[in-house]
Design a protein around this ligand. Structure first.
Ligand code: SF4
Ligand code: SF4
Length: 543
């Protein structure tokens, strides 16, 4: 039996009533199912993170350095000086409460400390105590408190109950971005070696082998070759890609989740098919890299420095191969990092060319500085110019709704391109209610490194608002598939759907594209990429 409550029990446990005591006087209990295991010390050592040791969040003793308060105080000070936005976010919140009920973790748990305003207050209260005159003189009256061990533990618990999705910031009249506050808070915790293993080990793996699972280059190639065989069986077409090809026009980088985990693997097959089609028809020269084999930037869940280090490898590989520019796959945080940080962090990448599609002539203005184009934008442009032969009816067995993955939608404004592609490859598409999509999309509940197994209750509770909106279109229109453009979504949403809305699968955009794409001379298709019979082909698919 699963080690978490049933969906009914989970709903029944949500209590939105005000607690009897104020938040500062309500102690925090770290509860099983709601937290992730501590980072493996070996992983911390690999990347040179401090205070690598075995520790357990449930233990009284977290094995901190003796001067841990001083380390945090100095780290806080340094970040207030270096990051203007952090300082402003510490000062300007008027506690209007507009963000309070916008976080999926608050909606799914009823825990007031999951209100974005209160999550930020966890840090802000210490900021007031250490860095403001009012806080120093008036203490609690001014909303200030000292950084005690209990406060530190509360930070750790709640900063790892934020998926950095930024939904709250959409509703804040001052534009306060609680995700940025969480990022800073996690960065401070990392100064003491307080990380979770589902972040620390992927970071270490990315650093060592180029992808979060630590897969070696030859195994990465083996996986793609395996997909090539499957595709050939289905279509009769050999779509073998280029690997590490020097002088190719374009480097393609995608999250490794697409290469190693269903249902992302089908999205990966979609990329392979699209690029082969474009090579045969238009001579497009794309290469994959077995070294820059991870688009996802797990460093962004630890510190700015780590984010920068992991991001830089993609550009180092583009330079080594001598490509003109980069196409990026369907990823979440890769795009947040590229769109919001890359330009000033490791860029501008002036050694690459400003991206222009060699097939349509379109200049991708959004990618002028980063030189990296989102594959949804690239494909939408191809469709707009009539460059793809598509048979929408091959997706007629799918009744689709679309989940705007938080980072590409809120982080970079990728709202219309995926929908344009969907409208051209699917006949049955149904939007979820307006306050749950586009900029207001609800998080999958597992982003920012929380996609572990031991915190499943947390993930299922945090995913409730998303699932609730899917249930609405499932009940109303018979929706049976949830589309997305993020590898963490493709990993996190299937168990979420099984729990809250059984009967709804999860699919990437380019799996839909590949189902519809007509190759010259291909075999007659009777199934989709997953081997599911196409509508009206049930008998032939069985043969
Ligand atoms: S909406 Fe903005 S100003 Fe209002 S409480 Fe939330 S963070 Fe503070
Ligand atoms: S960024 Fe997302 S998870 Fe974090 S507090 Fe805001 S709404 Fe909640």
């Amino acid at each position: 039996m699963a080690d978490y409550p049933t969906s009914k029990e989970l709903i029944d446990n949500v209590n939105y009533k005000l607690p009897k005591k104020g938040w500062m006087d309500t102690p925090t209990t770290i509860r099983k199912g709601m937290y992730c295991y501590a980072g493996n010390p070996k992983s911390l050592e690999t990347v040179g993170f401090p205070n690598a040791r075995q520790w357990n969040p449930l233990d009284e003793d977290w094995k901190l350095p003796e001067n841990w308060q001083e380390i945090i105080h100095n780290g806080f000070k340094e970040r207030l000086e270096n990051f203007r936005s952090f300082k402003i976010f510490m000062d300007i919140c008027v506690r209007c409460g507009a963000c309070a009920d916008k976080c999926h973790f608050y909606i799914g748990t009823g825990d007031p400390k999951n209100m974005p305003v209160l999550r930020a207050e966890l840090l802000r209260s210490v900021y007031r105590n250490d860095f403001t005159t009012a806080g120093k003189i008036l203490g609690k009256l001014a909303g200030a408190r000292k950084l005690t061990l209990d406060v530190l533990k509360e930070w750790w618990y709640y900063l790892f109950q934020c998926t950095e999705c930024r939904r709250c910031s959409v509703f804040c009249p001052y534009g306060i971005d609680t995700a940025e506050i969480t990022m800073m808070g996690r960065e401070l915790l990392n100064l003491l070696g307080l990380n979770i293993d589902w972040i620390a080990t992927p970071v270490s793996n990315c650093y060592k082998t180029g992808n979060h699972l630590g897969i070696q280059p030859h195994a990465f190639k083996d996986m793609l070759d395996f997909f090539v065989e499957d595709i050939e069986e289905l279509t009769g077409i050999n779509v073998a890609p280029n690997y590490n090809k020097k002088g190719a026009d374009i480097l393609f980088i995608t999250p490794s989740g697409d290469v190693f985990a269903d249902p992302g693997t089908y999205t990966c097959m979609g990329y392979l098919m699209l690029f082969h089609y474009l090579k045969e028809k238009y001579g497009l020269d794309v290469t994959w890299s077995t070294y820059a084999s991870e688009g996802g930037n797990f460093g962004s869940f630890t510190s700015h420095e780590m984010m920068k280090r992991l991001n830089s490898k993609m550009y180092a590989e583009a330079k080594r191969l001598g490509v003109k520019w980069i196409i990026g796959g369907e990823c979440g945080h890769m795009w947040r990092v590229i769109h919001q940080y890359m330009g000033t962090m490791n860029g501008p990448a002036d050694f690459l060319e400003e991206p222009v599609s060699p097939i349509t002539g379109t200049k991708f203005e959004n990618a002028k500085s980063t030189k990296m184009v989102h594959i949804a934008e690239f494909t939408a442009d191809l469709i707009k110019h009539g460059k793809l032969d598509l048979d929408k009816s091959r997706n007629d067995h799918i009744k689709l709704t679309y989940h705007d993955s938080c980072n590409p939608s809120r982080g970079m404004g990728l709202l219309d391109e995926p929908r344009y592609v969907i409208q051209n490859v699917c006949n049955h598409f149904y939007e979820m209610p307006p306050n749950t999509i586009r900029e207001q999309t609800f998080c999958c509940g597992s982003g920012a490194g929380l996609n572990a197994g031991e915190n499943m209750e947390q993930r299922l509770a945090g995913g409730l608002p998303r699932a609730n909106a899917v249930k609405y279109v499932h009940d109303k229109f018979g929706v049976n598939m949830l589309g997305c453009v993020c590898a963490i979504d493709r990993a996190a949403l299937p168990p979420l759907m099984d729990y809250w809305v059984p009967g709804v699968g999860v699919i990437g955009l380019h799996e839909l594209v590949a189902n519809a794409l007509i190759f010259p001379g291909e075999n007659k298709r009777t199934t989709d990429l997953r081997g599911e019979p196409l509508l009206g082909m049930e008998d032939e698919a069985d043969e």
